[in-house]
Design a protein around this ligand. Structure first.
Ligand code: HEC
Ligand code: HEC
Length: 404
């Protein structure tokens, strides 16, 4: 017993030394100030609405001054324990506010447990994180600041003080909220407004869809060939929506479900056993603990957000499509949409080739038998979902510049 407690004390001492070693005292704020336009950028209006009349902001109304403050906070590395990591370190504009790494570096170069999610049309996302653990963006945005892997600043008083001590914030708070008083609540509101202002509505896909809608009365305009698409992109669109039913999960204006109020997760059979439980809980049908279910991600800007999946296991879209084609595993909680059967509930699933037997109709993972052209087409189609305005617009960029 005694020996154990000595060992324990030694262990604590070792950990404390290691902690000090990676937290040298000289770490200070970087000498940087935000450079902002004299009239705030317009964050409040969308260039067009999403198909079906959805506002990309969801129910939120964006205020330009609040979003401007949010932009500065988003890129300010004062919000991390060692003054070196900001939201923008992992959520990088050029990658549609995702990262180009499987997992990202936090404040002590610790890696995050999951792949950094892209940020897009967040006002329409009713569940946040890969495991949907948070629902309200205004609360959620403060979590990475305190998170021990991400930014590590768990003391909210310290966070508020750091903001108060940076002289550029007083006028920004005054413009946004009518008073320069700094509170955690306001920090959350402003970050959330900026995050929600990062919208994507005008991709090649959105323009193609609009052209079909403007032409006439199609009930399902997304199924029509798009006039602005290449032949291959149209083949891929057909494969995505009608042949391989990707849109059963990645449907709707944001490509993560038809009904923006409906939170959706699925187990897509990446593994037979998952290391990460994902959305925890109990399976309704089987009573077994849920495992391997993750948020259905939006596919907007997907071409620039690789590596893919919650753990960043696939480097390219070609690998993702090849996985869906022939790599789905027979996990007990595999989503019904991805099981091999010709009838799923009341609707007809993809045709099963004659030489395939259905054993019990439920658990056999689907094999899609895509042609090479269909696979290339799906990738080409996914590339039409990139919003080049969003990933280059200066209003979403890092406003900080170094000062001597
Ligand atoms: C060290 C890297 C890192 C930093 C810094 C970071 N994030 Fe994240 N972010 C992630 C990862 C990883 C996830 C997914 C986490 C999970 O699912 O458990 C995520 C998820 C999110 C999501 C959820 C998106 C969705 O569609 O569900 C939002 C929004 C977000 N972060 C905003 C922020 C904000 C705001 C900040 C700054 C206050 C921030 N992040 C700082 C890595 C980071
Ligand atoms: C049963 C619902 C479902 C179906 C059907 C489905 N997906 Fe997915 N998709 C998901 C989920 C859930 C994830 C995230 C899984 C994870 O990370 O564990 C995902 C991830 C992806 C990703 C990576 C996203 C990212 O941000 O890393 C791409 C690309 C993708 N799917 C494309 C497709 C294509 C193409 C099809 C049709 C061949 C398809 N999906 C069919 C649910 C589905």
């Amino acid at each position: 017993m005694k020996q154990k407690s000595i060992l324990f004390t030694m262990l604590i001492a070792a950990v404390a030394t290691a902690f000090e070693a990676c937290m040298p005292e000289e770490i200070e704020p970087l000498s940087r100030v935000p450079v902002l336009p004299s009239t705030p950028y317009d964050y409040a209006t969308a260039p067009m609405e999403l198909h079906g009349g959805f506002s990309p902001f969801g129910d939120s109304i964006i205020d330009n001054e609040v979003a401007t403050l949010g932009r500065v906070l988003f890129y300010d590395s004062r919000l991390s324990l060692n003054y070196r990591v900001s939201c923008g370190s992992c959520h990088r504009q050029q990658y549609a506010f995702g990262d180009n790494r499987a997992t990202s570096f936090g404040f002590f170069n610790d890696l995050t447990g999951r792949n950094t999610q892209q940020i897009v049309n967040a006002g329409l996302q009713k569940g946040l994180f890969w495991d949907l653990r948070e629902r309200v963006l205004d609360h959620m945005v403060l979590q990475p600041i305190a998170n021990h892997e991400e930014m590590g600043l768990s003391d909210t008083l310290e966070m508020e003080n750091r903001i108060r001590n940076a002289e550029y914030y007083a006028p920004l708070f005054a413009d946004a909220f009518g008073s320069s008083e700094v509170t955690t609540h306001k920090i959350g509101l402003a970050l959330a407004q900026f995050v929600k202002s990062i919208i994507s509505v005008s991709t090649k896909y959105d323009h193609g869809l609009k052209a079909v809608v403007d032409e006439g009365q199609s009930i399902a305009p997304q199924f029509e060939p798009f006039p602005n698409y290449t032949a291959l992109e149209n083949i891929g669109k057909e494969a995505f929506f009608r042949k391989f039913f990707c849109s059963q999960c990645h449907g709707g204006p944001n490509f993560n479900g038809f009904n923006p109020d409906f939170i959706q997760e699925a187990n897509i059979g990446l593994d037979l056993q998952y290391n990460d439980p994902g959305v925890a809980g109990t399976d309704f049908e089987t009573g077994q603990p849920n495992n391997g279910q993750f948020k259905i991600p939006s596919l907007r800007n997907i071409a620039v957000t690789g590596p893919y999946m919650h753990d960043g296991r696939f480097q390219t879209l070609e690998e993702v499509v090849s996985f869906y084609n022939s790599g789905i595993q027979a996990h007990p909680q595999l989503a019904p949409e991805l099981r091999q059967q010709s009838i799923v509930g009341n609707h007809i699933g993809p045709a099963i080739p004659d030489d395939q037997e259905i054993i019990d109709g439920r658990m056999i993972p689907m094999r899609m038998f895509m042609t090479g052209e269909e696979q290339a087409g799906i990738v080409a189609f996914l590339r039409t979902l990139t919003d080049y305005t969003m990933i280059t617009d200066p209003k979403f960029s890092d406003p900080f510049q170094s000062v001597e």
